[in-house]
Write a protein that binds this ligand. Structure first.
Ligand code: CAA
Length: 259
């Protein structure tokens, strides 16, 4: 595998670092292929409880799809490039464990779309978000016209997409592009700590919580509630739920076995 995306596994936590700092971690086809390979490996590794995605260097999370590479594409190749981005980000969103974006700087275009495919987003106080594609005469191509509206609402999303303006971290938090902001030099440590908390929770329950919510929001409420009730019931067949409830009653920490 190339070093376009760095991977580190520690304590059940997989950290993926997009690693093209000289190009502000812009997404070219090598980065997308490396990201996909790491996502595929993660999907079959039952020891991983949470994934964190960040960008190398101090300036950027990801400043978008690679404009130099895109400028050479034919319409057909561009459609294929967009489909590739969609496929990789959808795989990421579908990982069974929670995926957290630690946005450590510019988070633009394809970078913002990468953050939108993550389950939870934290940002440094110096981060900037945006979908600036219209400045290039383009539109978002990796899901930005869809996931942004679903996350922050249609009106705010379209305002960002058609102006291409940048959103500073405090506004990003206010409109729901990220849940919280931290000082830049503390971001990764704070996010790693939160991911570590998730890694200690009942693993089967964490995975089911994500699955039920992700599928449920796309379904009518009655169907989604029925799905939740069934999943809730199924958990009572797991050793972890027995252990969790017993540990509470015995006033001790639960020792979950991922079963
Ligand atoms: N693609 C390719 N290279 C990029 C890049 C991108 N998206 N963003 C930055 N870079 C490169 C620059 O070309 C520059 O390279 P050189 O040193 O070789 O010249 C290097 O990264 C540093 O960038 P700047 O000198 O521009 O840094 P800055 O601090 O002056 O500006 C910035 C930072 C405001 C983020 C600016 O780089 C910028 O506007 N980048 C482009 C942002 C953008 O338009 N993103 C959307 C891309 S389209 C897309 O993503 C489509 C999609 O949805 C799939």
């Amino acid at each position: 595998m190339t070093d376009a995306v760095l991977a580190n596994i520690e304590g059940g936590l997989l950290t993926l670092t997009i690693n093209r700092p000289k190009a502000l971690n812009a997404l070219n086809s090598d980065v997308l292929a490396a990201l996909e390979a790491h996502i595929d490996a993660c999907s079959t590794d039952s020891s991983i409880r949470c994934v964190v995605i960040t960008g190398a260097g101090e300036k950027a999370f990801v400043a978008g799809a690679d404009i130099a590479q895109m400028s050479q594409l034919t319409p057909g190749e561009a459609a294929h490039f967009a489909a590739l981005g969609h496929a990789v980000f959808t795989k990421l969103a579908k990982l069974s464990v929670p995926v957290i974006a630690a946005v450590n700087g510019f988070c633009l275009g394809g970078g913002c779309e990468l953050a939108l495919a993550c389950d939870i987003v934290y940002a440094s106080e110096t981060a900037h978000f945006g979908q600036p594609e219209v400045k290039l005469g383009l539109i978002p191509g990796f899901g930005g016209t869809q996931r942004l509206a679903r996350r922050i609402g249609e009106m705010r999303a379209l305002e960002l997409v058609v102006t291409g303006r940048m959103v500073r971290a405090d506004e990003a938090k206010q409109i729901g592009l990220c849940v919280d902001t931290f000082p830049a030099d503390a971001l990764l440590a704070r996010v790693t700590k939160i991911a570590g908390t998730i890694a200690k929770r009942g693993p089967v329950a964490v995975r089911l919580a994500k699955r039920v919510q992700r599928l449920g929001v796309e379904a009518p409420l009655a169907v989604a509630n029925a799905f939740e009730a069934e999943a809730f019931g199924n958990l009572f067949d797991t050793a972890d739920a027995r252990e969790g409830m017993t540990a509470f009653l015995e006033k001790r920490d639960a020792a979950f076995g991922n079963r």
